[in-house]
Design a protein around this ligand. Structure first.
Ligand code: TPP
Ligand code: MG
Length: 556
């Protein structure tokens, strides 16, 4: 820190971020960002200091998704930047607007041990990289980074050599107009009447319609419109995984589309003859290619309709429009129909069926992960924020149908494990008055278990539920299916309750599910953070794995 009163470049850079209304920044310090970060904090930005740079970016991702705003993180140059390389592609694929303040090695030295050509590493992930080497232009370049992140919905990393940051500021002290004031504010795009007429004719000719909503439907506020369309056609509703819970209280919602569809949903989708996909990119894992609905034609209602998505032919029919306006216009253009697919008996089946009814032999003393999820579904307050992580266990905790969409977050587009704890921190920072409950696997939690210290230090209110099968479940089930040795995927029941206590959190190995209501009440009363470890059997195989990796002997 400099003791003279002269304004430095990092002072102005910090002001430029404050001017962009940055109120939370996820950070890990080094030479190339610490002065800037200290100034940012002084100007009222809440700093969440994490223990691994990956987690700074991943937490900013969840913050951005939750607040529908730009997430901000900061890392030092060189090794600080290389730690971001798993989180960046995940943010790119999830279309999350982020700005990362990264340092760069000093320009003045002939040699610097942390020097690295950062741009190609960052741009290889799909994120943008801007070198800021001209102090006078930096405030505008920062503003433009926010504009770019918002418009392109991807991470923008700005790299600034730290000797430049340390220089006295000789330029103007007024800042450019912030990105929020410059952003175009277009109204939602209505559908063209010809497209509506064509779409209505197709839907009117269908008998078994399913309305599938994705995050685009959530963002456009299209939930009520989708329900009305499903009601008018007498059809059913479902969502993609990230949009789960959008129809949580609708008796005709068959759950999540794709790898996580519950049993009854799979059955009804086989009968469907028409799917209206609303605000969904029809991703591979959402069943966009139509494997789940072999008889159905598909109409996509979206501002950016596609023919092929993630290597698969998807919708043949398209209605280009804002999700809400498009669905409203379609519904209005449909004639009333007499026969309906939906019946009260179907609603009762949807309500009363287990997501997966397969029986498994379970070792004494271990739990069935499906029972754990059912018990948690009953015991956890509905207003708690849920964060779902990945891994084999994620099939089970995706099945909590009573939880509303606005209390749910999952970001899975890059398929990386280890992010749950960061996402939970991001949600906790975005919703400081709420309790956050994270559902994670043991392998995933261990990947960034150091963040328990961050949670403790920042007093975040997070309950971590570990579905602990003592293994990388996804890998064991695949290896077993191929008759391969499973040693590399099995590590035994690690003592998460003990680890949590060592970091100063509460920790509990929950053996009896009947204890849950009492445990939840106690946790709700005290708050803070805790890890609850549920030792589950690795004999319970999710339907997705059973389909894709049948047991040995059944291979063709
Ligand atoms: C960063 C990363 N490394 C490795 C993998 C491969 N992988 C996918 S699922 C999984 C197992 C996760 O284990 P756990 O969190 O315990 O969940 P489980 O599958 O056991 O339910 C692994 C290692 C991955 N997806 N991402
Ligand atoms: Mg596991």
């Amino acid at each position: 820190m400099k003791n003279d009163l002269k304004l430095r470049v990092y002072d102005v850079l910090a002001r430029a971020f404050i001017q962009e209304e940055v109120r939370t920044c996820f950070a890990l310090l080094g030479d190339a960002n610490m002065n800037w970060a200290a100034r940012l904090a002084e100007q009222g930005c809440r700093m969440v200091y994490v223990r691994h740079e990956h987690c700074a970016l991943a937490a900013a991702m969840a913050y951005a998704r939750k607040n529908r705003d730009v997430g901000v993180a900061t890392v030092t140059c060189g090794p600080g930047v290389t730690q971001l390389i798993t989180a960046l592609p995940a943010a790119v694929r999830a279309h999350l607007p982020l700005v990362v303040f990264a340092g760069e090695a000093p320009l003045k030295s002939g040699w610097y041990n942390q020097e690295l050509d950062q741009a190609p590493i960052i741009t290889a992930t799909g994120a943008a990289y801007h070198r800021l080497h001209m102090p006078e232009r930096m405030p505008v370049a920062v503003r433009d980074a926010f504009l770019q992140a918002r418009r392109e919905r991807r991470p923008v990393v700005i790299g600034i050599p730290f000797d430049l940051q340390d220089r006295p500021w000789d330029g103007r002290t007024d800042l450019p107009r912030p990105s929020r004031e410059l952003l175009p504010r277009p109204s939602p795009i209505p559908a063209h009447p010809d497209d509506v007429a064509r779409a209505a004719q197709l839907v009117a000719g269908a008998e078994r319609v399913v309305v599938l909503a994705g995050l685009g439907a959530v963002e456009a506020g299209a939930a009520a419109a989708c329900r009305a369309l499903a009601a008018k056609t007498g059809g059913l509703l479902m969502t993609t995984l990230p949009a789960r819970g959008l129809f949580h209280d609708d008796p005709y919602c068959i759950g999540i589309s794709g790898s996580y569809t519950p049993e009854v949903g799979i059955e009804y989708l086989k009968e469907a003859d028409f799917v209206v996909a609303v605000g969904s990119s029809l991703a591979y894992h959402a069943g966009g290619g139509g494997q789940l609905w072999p008889k159905a034609k598909m109409l996509q209602v979206d501002i950016d309709p596609v023919a092929v998505s993630q290597g698969q032919e998807v919708a043949r029919h398209h209605l280009r429009a804002d999700a809400r306006l498009g669905v409203e216009a379609l519904t209005a253009a449909l004639p009333a129909r007499d026969g309906k697919w939906r019946t009260e008996a179907m609603a009762a089946r949807i309500r009363d069926s287990k997501p997966d009814s397969q029986a498994f032999e379970i070792e004494p003393g271990l739990l069935d992960p499906r029972d754990v999820v059912t018990a948690l579904e009953a015991a956890l307050p509905l207003e708690w924020e849920m964060v779902n992580s990945g891994g084999h266990c994620s099939w089970f905790f995706a099945q909590m149908p009573s939880r509303p969409q606005e209390k749910f977050l999952t970001i899975r587009e890059f398929g990386a494990i280890g992010n749950g704890i960061s996402f939970a921190m991001g949600v906790a920072a975005a919703r400081p008055d709420r309790t956050v409950v994270l559902f994670d696997g043991d392998g995933s939690l261990m990947m960034h278990v150091q963040e328990l210290e961050t949670i403790k230090r920042h007093g975040l209110n997070i309950l971590i539920v570990v579905i602990n099968d003592a293994a990388y479940g996804s890998e064991i089930h695949k290896l077993r299916s191929e008759g391969m040795p499973e040693d590399g995927a099995v590590f035994g029941y690690c003592d998460f309750a003990g680890i949590a206590r060592a970091f100063g959190l509460a920790g509990k190995t929950v053996k009896n599910l009947d204890d849950l209501p009492k445990l939840v009440a106690e946790f709700a009363a005290i708050g803070g953070a805790a890890v609850w470890d549920f030792h589950v059997s690795d004999k319970v195989v999710s339907p997705t794995i059973r389909r894709a990796h049948p047991p040995p002997g059944s291979h063709k």
